[in-house]
Design a protein around this ligand. Sequence first.
Ligand code: AGP
Length: 630
Amino acid sequence: MCGIVGYVGRSAGRVNTEHKALDVVLEGLRRLEYRGYDSAGIAVVADGAISSRKKSGKLSNLIAELEAHPLPDALTGIGHTRWATHGGPTDLNAHPHLSDGGKLALIHNGIIENFAELKQELVAKGVTFLSETDTEVAAALIGDIYRNQLGGDNASGGLTRAMELACQRLEGAFTLLAVHADQPDVVVAARRNSPLVVGLGEGENFLGSDVSGFIDYTRRAVELGQDQIVTITADTVAITDFFGAPAEGKEYYVNWDPASAEKGGFPSFMEKEIHDQPDAVLQTLLGRSDVDGKLTLDELRIDTELLKSVDKIIVLACGTSAYAGQVAKYAIERWCRIPTEVELSHEFRYRDPIVDANTLIVSISQSGETMDTLMAVRYAKEQGAKTVSICNTNGSTIPRESDAVLYTHAGPEIAVASTKAFLAQIAAAYLLGLYLAQLRGNKFQGEIKDILADLGKIPAKIQQILDNADAIKKLGHDMVDAKSVLFLGRHVGFPVAMEGALKLKELAYIHAEGFAAGELKHGPIALIEEGQPVFVVVPSPRGRDSLHAKVVSNIQEVRARGAKTIVIAEEGDEAVKAYAEHVIYIPETPTLLAPLLSTVPLQIFALALASAKGYDVDQPRNLAKSVTVE
Ligand code: AGP
């Protein structure tokens, strides 16, 4: 979730005393630090040239570099904080990336899916690359078009036209900002599937990945739409589509204070991150399969023959991440036919587990620093197992000590209670399962393509639930005095029930417990008394092996004993209505993918109830975002 800032100041042919590009861009990057990053950089246009500085690590490293090697005063500049995806967090991989003999600078947020083929094409033209990034390929493409196709001539539309032609070639998700030494008073930007906002000033204009990038200077903003290009000068803002046709942005006034701007206008990071989930799943899926459904997990660097010889998978994780592993277990076993155990990391190494060279360890960790999981992974490695880390934090300890990594691209998760990372972990684990099925021949390419197509529809379905969150929020507010809430689920709904209970415990500090619905009659049903709130995650009624009827009878069992039943069910499921006090409908989706949807109402409910109690939902009592002690 990189931070992006662009600025063009007064065009009076001199640097205005009011705002210098360097100051505006650095201030914007500071405001965007919350998005998380592992390197930062800046480029300005001055004296007919591009000058840039970039450093891995925090902004303070870049500032030290700027103090040691100052940039010239400038009216035009772009800045970037990078959350590494392709290529580690190094000085070389940091943005901006240069091309056209150092006369063009580019920064980028997102993933260029077809960067490999573009890179081959450019290498064949004699272009050389310094970094491992997809961004440098985009920079080289724009530079090549500007110089060789357009003749480097402003009359031919210059940088804007070069950007248009390049965007017609790029696939994936991107927000691009470019400056060129030939056009010192212009910044050109483009967006597809990644955010970009224009800030409208007086004699100066701004660009940002969100309004935090310029909120200190203006509150007049223009949100750009899909596949749009914007060319800003100090006095003009021109928006077109990727083919040069005029287009419109949506102007609005930003009435957030800077602090809430970092939360995207939401009252908490928790709520912002729940609403980030469509993008978190999209970004995690993006760039990892081709149009034929062939998976390319290029960072999963384990010998394919070793992966084919795997005869057992052990998932190691804690808390919410362990529930993600439990959800994924059903899919991995179904798709790969490999026995898959999910172990709490802190229990694993004390039970003398059976681990050998044919065991694949899959650790799941948002932070990549959970000591319980790190120690369990180290233990498994000592036993000869191969280890893969599913992690949301680039360059953290667990992926560094693993044989391979599959990063979730959920962006930094600030709230202690995990939400978007949970869904992204499930998506990443599904990709791993499908990759193993592809490698070992358990699934035809067409089957994998169909499952990926179903996964690709999930972000929009999550958004559909979020768009109808008010009724769920009201339920949370109405149940503010609840002392205990039970959650039932079956099959993949069982770990969802436990995750729903954990969210409520973490946020509202009340007793909550998740059960396998079939387990109720073996004891827990004794807990049911008049008015006891019970959430039930109901599977789809479709499909011959549906557990729908069994779960409906579980609802009847608790209802008959006075429970207040709140049911999460698939749109169109009328059968549950007779036994539910409330029904929360979620869009239809294949059973194995349903947790990516059924979890969302439980997150919203827990947040609403905790908010009604007036609790700090971002920093709940007694909890830490990353538990770095055993
Ligand atoms: C989840 O809401 C909690 N914050 C906690 O259970 C967390 O999932 C667990 O501590 C594991 O953290 P990790 O994913 O960073 O390893």
